[in-house]
Structures are given as C-alpha cells and as structure tokens.
Ligand binder design. Sequence first.
Ligand code: SDX
Length: 443
Amino acid sequence: MKKKTLTIKDNRNGKVYEFDVKDGSCGPAVADLSSFYEKTGMFVYDPGFKSTASCESKITFIDGEKGILLHRGYKIEDLAENSDYAEVCYLLLNGDLPSKENKKKFINILTHHTMLHEQILRFYSGFRRDSHPMAVMVGIVGALSSFYPEKKYDFSTNKGKWVAVSRLLAKLPTMAAMAYKYSLGQPFIYPKNELSYSENFLHMLFSTPCGEYKPTKASVDALDKLLILHADHEQNASTSTVKIAGSSGANPFACVAAGVASLWGPAHGGANESVISMLKTIGKEENIEKYIKKAKDIDDPFRLMGFGHRVYKNHDPRANVLRKYCHNLLNEVDDFNISLFKLATKLEKIALNDEYFIKRKLYPNVDFYSGIILKALGLPESMFTVIFAVARTVGWISQWKEMTESENKISRPRQLYNGKDNREFVKINDRKNIQKMFPLQVD
Ligand code: SDX
C-alpha cells in the first residue's frame, strides 16, 4: 500500500521535503515532523501547541468538533451514568473496566493506603492558616516524594510504578481533606476503611471529633460523578506538565506536584473557583447583559469563566452531565445554590444565543457547573480546584505510566529567537542607564 506522506515545499529555495503521515484509530492523522529540523534546518512554530500532537496515547479520545469524550473507548456519559470513580480509575490505568473480582482487589488496595505517614502531618503546620489550599497541596504532594525516594522504589519497574499509582490515588483525598481542615483550624479526620472512595472523602472533609458526617446518597453520587468527569482529559496543560517533568525521570510524586501547580491556573482547573466568583459578581439576571458585553469587549480583561475550551468547539459533554446532576443535588440544598444555578443556566442560555460566542464556538466547559455542585456539597470556592486535582490525579498518573512504557525522550522544545545577536562585552564604566528596567520601577 502506498506510504502516506505530506510534502512541504520551501518557496524560498524551491526545496521539497516529505514527511510520513500516521493515522490513529480515530481522530485526526498526524504528520510526523520529528525530522523537520534535521531535514529543513527550521523549527516548527506552534506556541500553545494548538496544532501539535505531543505523543501517541490509548487512554482518552476527544472530538472537539462533535463534543465527544471517550476513556479507553467508553463514552463519558455512559461512565458517569453507570460506573463509579474507582472503576474509572481502574479503566484508565488498565485499559478496561474491572470484573467484580478485579474491582474488589483494586479498591481493597487503595483503601489500605489512604493513611499518611504521621510525619507528613507536620508539613501542614508550616503553612499560614489563610494559605490557598492549592498552595498547600503543591507543597504536601511534593513532600510525598521524600517518603517514596527513588533509591528505595525503582519507578522504572512495574512494582515501583504501582507504588506511585496506588499511593497517589489512595492518599490524595486524605491530603486534600487535611488541607481543608487545616484552613478551618479543625483537627484532621482519618480515613475509615469501611467507606467507599467518595464517602471516605466526604467523611474526612466534613466529620469532626464531635460528630460523624453522614453524607446523603445524592451528595456521594454528585461527588463521585464529579470525580469521574474530571478524571482525565488527553494532553491538557497539567497532564502535559506531569509528563514533561516525568520525561526527565523525575520522581512521579514530584511530577504530580507539578501537575497540581499547573492545574491551579484560572485558565485551567482554577476556572471552577472563578465561575462562582463571577456568578456572585453578576448577582442577578438583570446584570447578565452587562457582563456579556464586558466579556466581548477586547479591551476588558473580563472573560466568561467556565466558557470556551482549547479543544471543544461544541458542548463539553462533561458540562451536559454536570448540569443534570446539579438538578438532582439542588433539591436538597438551600435557596442560594438554587439561585446560583438558575443564574448560571440563564447566563448560559443568553451567551449561547450571542453571535460573539457562536462565532468563536464558545460553550460551557466542565468548570461552568462543577462549582455549583461543589458549593452545594458545602465546600468553599478555595477548595474547588483541590477537588479537581484529586479527580485528575488518576489521569496524570495513568498518562505518566503510559509515557514510561513507551520509548520516551526528555521533552525539550526549541524556540524562535529574536533577541540580541552576538555583541562585544561592555565594561561597567562604559555602560549607560537602562530606562525601563525590571524591577527598578516596583515600589
Ligand atoms: C479546563 O485543556 C483541557 O482539556 C482543560 C480541561 C481539562 O479537563 O483538563 O478541559 C479543564 O481547563 C477547562 C477550561 C477552563 N477555563 C476557563 O473556563 C477560563 C475561560 N476560558 C478561557 O480563558 C479560554 O476559553 C481557554 C483558556 C479555555 C481556551 O483558550 P484558547 O483556546 O487559547 O482560546 P483563545 O483564548 O485564543 O480564545 C479564542 C477567542 C478569543 O477572541 P478573539 O481573539 O478571537 O477575538 O475566544 C475568546 C478570546 O478572547 N474567548 C473568550 C473566552 N474564551 C475565549 N471570550 C470571552 N470569554 C471566554 N471565556
């Protein structure tokens, strides 16, 4: 069969270059440009990697135009409807849904690794009480790498990888709940082995020594669905961060800490927190038009948080599922959350009928409704991205594991340099004052 190739002609000198084209099992093909520099002496320029495939993967497929999200071939809507987070973790890691026996063994292992080494608890006290919980998580997850040193655990072996996977999946909820308790000045609550993953997480978040928190079924379901919907999402910014860190052979616990840092940004996982702040700022339906106008104004930094996506140019399927679970959960909570939800659905309706958003294919993304569910569960905005980090840990570590199983080189992009060319050194007495120098102008 004729080899599939892409031919590129350099019109500056008439040279013609040929590159292999590789098809995936579904979705866009790729032009293998890994030899582009070698053949042409030029780099491929793609800031933000809008048109760049960084790897091959079998874990998650997204069709942004059609609003499709598959995990190992299963539709996210089916997984959210029929599965639970533990099963989705198993699926992402192993490539298929677990049998009853597999699932029991998998959950049993995770359950028995939910506790933290007592010394880790001392790290929390070094943080200011008013620290953002994501700042605490970056520190604590990074610190975990010192309790799983490479010299003791060889992370290049299956055994070592399983230690990293199982400890991170099992301990992230415990660390996240402790970050919340620390911010409240409440004592840490230890995990209980008889509880499911999401029940245990809610227990550690909301129980106190004076009283056991008994979550409703709707709360446990809503949290479990939220974790499923945030589990993995192809080569997003935080996953790529974990993999770039991992490509140097760094400790996987430290790599996940880098992922937590990347997720924190408001353009990424931090958006769920910003959505609630935005809805509170908008306040009531009559203010919606004013804020839509601000979002459209190129000179106004205000953006409609929870809207738009680098890949989805159609509805984010996760937002559709979350909107549905909002309904189920909001029957149980106070009016404020219901009014927040009503404002969000009204805002969505107006935006989706506005030419600016239609032309740019800006739809609600996963963060648009997740904040409302998290608020209804009783969490403060500052904890929203922490919950996202707990959910995404399985995606980070599954993609890290897949990367380590393929022949991976250190990730080291190049650049288009447009700074100063080679120049003679100038002695200090011959130098002039530089007018606009950073940071001389800061007060
Ligand atoms: C997540 O990658 C992933 O998969 C991420 C994620 C995951 O699961 O890992 O899905 C999770 O991060 C979801 C996204 C959460 N972020 C937000 O909700 C923040 C608000 N949205 C954006 O800032 C923005 O939409 C991004 C960052 C999500 C995507 O940005 P892109 O792809 O770089 O697009 P862009 O900024 O170039 O915008 C294209 C146009 C611009 O207008 P023009 O220059 O063409 O005139 O759309 C406009 C933008 O100004 N635009 C918005 C907008 N988002 C884009 N205008 C108003 N409000 C917005 N939210």
